[in-house]
Structure formats: C-alpha cells, structure tokens
Design a protein around this ligand. Sequence first.
Ligand code: AMP
Length: 188
Amino acid sequence: MKYYILFGPPGAGKGTQAKKIITKFNYLHLSTGDLLRGEIKKGSKLGKNAAFIIEQGNLVPDEIVADMIKKQFEAHKNDVDGFLLDGFPRTKKQAVMLDKILFEMNQEVTQILSLHLDDKYIFDRIFHRAQIEGRKDDTKTEVIQNRIDTYHSKTEPLISYYKKQDKYFEIDGLGTIDEIFEKISKIF
Ligand code: AMP
C-alpha cells in the first residue's frame, strides 16, 4: 500500500493536482480540509467545534485530524492501491502521529511531494479560489494571512522532518496545471 503526502502552502494547487493523480492511479484522495468541511455541512458535533477554528484560519487539534485519517485508512484499505494525503500532516505532532498510525499497520509514508510557491503568489491564488468556491475562510485578508503564517510556523518545519527520512521531493508550483502534473507523474 502506498501512502503519499501532497505537501505545500494553501493555494499551491494540491487539491487540483490530487484530483488528476487519483484518476491516473487507483488512490484515494484524503483531504483533511474537505473532510472537515463535510463535517460542518453535516452539522456534526465535530463540525460545529471545527467551524470557528477554520473560519479564523487556525488549525484544529492534532488528535481530531489524525483520528479522521486513521478511520479513513481503516475504512478504505481494501478499496485502493494507495492514499494521497492532502493538507495532512500539518504539524510535527501530526507527522509523528501519522508515523505511529502507519507503524501499527505495518506500513510507512512512501514519499512527500511538495508544491513550492512563493508567498507573493499564494495570497492571490487563495483569494481567487475563494471567489470560485465560496470558502468563508479565504475571503478575509487577515484570515488568509493567518493561514499563510501558520503554514510557515507550523507546517514548513515538516520539510526537514521528511528530508531526514529521504522521502522529500519538491516541485515548482508555478506553471500550468498540466505542466505541474507532468512533473508529478514523473516522480510517481
Ligand atoms: P485546507 O482545505 O487544507 O486549506 O484546510 C482548511 C482548514 O481546515 C485549515 O485552515 C484548518 O483550519 C483546517 N485543517 C485542515 N487540515 C488540517 C490539519 N491537518 N490540521 C489542522 N487543521 C486542519
């Protein structure tokens, strides 16, 4: 079983690329952001608790997202050849939790594919996407800035975590959707 992580700042195009990857490979796209938005839509207790945190551009507790991911692995392990994680892990603690979950299943992270994008492009991309998708967390300037700052302070340190494990691959996130997909496909 393959366990890939699609990594990068918000707005780097992870969701778009993930959709293309899973149509080419028999993987399941697991986006914690999508799963959390699904919980909010359902009106579940988890969704209600997460909604305010998400609207502020902060991170929901590590245990909640790790548990969601674990349940998805268990539910779909016989349906697919692999999992494509998008938006998880987002903190060092989540990365350690993921390693533990996989270790208990006798598995490990296969590779990290990182879409690199400079801050100057991130803001516009997020803002533009919000117009299309109507996302509440991406319409306010200060919330977008908080999401970018949170990425730098809490998520970016994961790069060295995975570099040390020799699993980190970086791709320039600037280019057309197809150009970037071609580069990703070569790594796969
Ligand atoms: P995304 O769609 O990946 O940009 O996620 C939207 C929001 O959901 C984030 O700003 C966080 O509030 C929350 N979220 C998604 N994934 C995680 C995660 N792995 N850890 C904590 N919060 C998350």
